[in-house]
Design a protein around this ligand. Structure first.
Ligand code: NAD
Length: 498
């Protein structure tokens, strides 16, 4: 019998009343490790009702008490990094050091949320008009649902819930059904930190549960991170049901490499950015745009590094890269690489046949480098989400910028150069939300905000940072007069001015 992964509703683990379940696999072995309970309408209603009730009292809880819980939660997450990372590696497949890295980035957001009293400080205009003061402040939205992808089962929920909760909301997490266990440990840590029942809940499910959250009259806001078609659908459906929505989508991140760059440094970083986490990062670099003379040397250097990568079970200490998430994901990556090769791309490093001894049933794909990729190939048009680097050759930095801007995605991008003028032209010219200058994976620190442009984000607000605080709160402006009785004047029928 494998383990059953339950929901976390109103402060307790529960099997719920839904009868549907789904297996959760270890991608490195192919073995089933658990059965996941999928929520039905009754489970959803129970979670939303508990959240509504909890939001009403939690929103009234003092900032001092809320931050006490946040500080404690930060300590507990930091004290459980090994346990969380082991769960991530067992269900996602990424190597343990990388799993710890994502937890570290999540902890940064908790630390940011610990500063919520400062972040929620309003503005005050004394004597805006004679005897009148005007001030503004922000209050929680109410019940927030977070729907998250498989590729960062700890970091992405932590992009959302610490800020939503610090701001006084109740938060329902609908994690990816592929790697749901880390979310359950987070729920236990929130409870241990002293968070009241119902403020953080975990509801497992698929489209049925997501649709229930998007349309439920008692859910006020949706934070979504996942693929572009689902992000668009989530944004359209939830806004049509009157909710505030931020929906972050997929990506096709390009890095431009100029001939004046340190090509060894660029090749090191490109290789890590393309193949780290088996390319399953929304900020992975999947297209290298090699400018002019940089191309031949760059392709040789990146290929050398790709061949040296140790692909193994992520629990192995010397592993650089683990498997991809599912057998279907593996088949899709192989199909795209095969199409590119038959359409004329040069297959410099071919990871299609890779297997790992003793783990033959794992979802293995080795690092793959495709040179001379053109924009009509599926290796260019599709988000591959696997360990594949496509090299597109151009002649000028302007041509590279135009290529990036003609792409429908706009999540992240990078330039490798020693020219400040070219870097500045790039940072100002690209239609992309997050930009790296000699930094290949420019995920912003927690006190800035994360978000792409175009098909990489639907909605107005980026996630975490001050935009996250704005998303999880609503503003109020108060115009106030306290006339002393002797000064009280009669009604004025003019539009008030001073
Ligand atoms: P996904 O879109 O398949 O799933 C994301 C969430 O949506 C999951 O919780 C899933 O249960 C739910 N979902 C899936 N299909 C649905 C449907 N038809 N209706 C309603 N809900 C549905 O994404 P994934 O494969 O888990 O994650 C990988 C994708 O996420 C990639 O495209 C990646 O670029 C993107 N991503 C983006 C960011 C970002 O910040 N922009 C960060 C991480 C991942």
């Amino acid at each position: 019998m494998t383990e059953t992964i339950m929901h976390f509703i109103n402060g307790a683990e529960t099997v719920g009343s839904g009868s549907r379940t789904q297996p959760v696999y270890n991608p490195a072995t192919g073995a089933e490790r658990a059965q996941l309970r999928l929520a039905n309408k009754e489970d959803l209603d129970a979670a939303v009702a508990a959240a509504r009730k909890a939001a009403d009292s939690w929103g009234e809880t003092s900032l001092a008490k809320r931050t006490t819980v946040l500080f404690k939660f930060r300590e507990l997450v930091a004290g459980h990094v090994d346990e969380l990372a082991a769960l991530v590696t067992a269900e996602h497949g990424k190597v343990l050091s990388d799993a710890k890295g994502e937890i570290g980035r999540g902890i940064e957001v908790i630390e940011f949320a610990c500063g919520i009293p400062q972040l929620l400080k309003g503005d005050y205009s004394d004597q805006a008009s004679t005897g009148i003061d005007v001030f503004s402040f922000r209050q929680s939205v109410g019940v927030v649902a977070g729907i998250t992808p498989f590729n960062f089962p700890v970091m992405v929920p932590l992009w959302m819930c610490p800020i939503a909760i610090a701001a006084g909301n109740a938060f329902i997490l609908k994690p990816s059904e592929r790697d749901p266990s880390a979310a359950m440990l987070l729920a236990k840590l929130w409870t241990e930190a002293g968070l009241p029942d119902g403020v953080f809940q975990v509801l497992h499910g698929d489209k049925e549960t997501v649709d229930g959250l998007l349309t439920h009259p008692d859910v006020d806001a949706i934070s979504f991170v996942g693929s572009t078609p689902i992000a668009k659908y989530v944004h359209e459906t939830a806004t049509a049901h009157g909710k505030r929505v931020q929906a972050l989508g997929g990506a096709k991140n390009h890095a431009i490499i100029l001939p004046d760059a340190d090509l060894d440094n660029a090749a090191d970083h490109l290789s890590a950015a393309a193949f780290g986490s088996a390319g399953e990062r929304c900020m992975a670099i999947s297209v290298a745009v090699a400018v002019g003379d940089a191309a031949d040397a760059l392709v040789a250097k990146v290929s050398e590094r790709a061949k040296a990568i140790k692909v193994a079970d992520g629990t192995q200490a010397d592993a650089d890269m683990g498997p991809v998430i599912t057998a279907a994901a593996k088949a899709r990556v192989i199909k795209i690489v095969t199409e590119a090769a038959s359409d004329g791309a040069a297959l410099k490093v071919d990871g299609r046949e890779l297997t790992v001894q003793g783990k033959e049933d794992g979802n293995w794909v080795g690092p793959t480098v495709l040179d001379n990729v053109t924009t009509d190939m599926s290796a260019y048009t599709e988000e591959i989400f696997g360990p594949v680097l496509a090299v597109v050759r151009v002649e000028t930095v302007e041509e590279g910028i135009a290529l990036i801007n003609s792409n429908p995605y706009g999540n992240g991008t990078a330039i490798f150069t020693s020219s400040g003028a070219n870097a500045r032209k790039f940072q100002r010219g690209v239609h992309v939300g997050m930009i790296g200058i000699n930094v290949p994976v420019p995920v912003p620190v927690a006190y800035h905000s994360f978000g792409g442009w175009k098909n990489s984000l639907f909605g107005d607000k980026h996630i975490y940072g001050e935009e996250g605080v704005a998303f999880y709160t609503r503003g109020k402006v108060v115009t106030s007069r306290w006339p002393e009785p002797k000064h009280a004047s009669g009604a004025s029928y003019n539009f008030p001015s001073n």
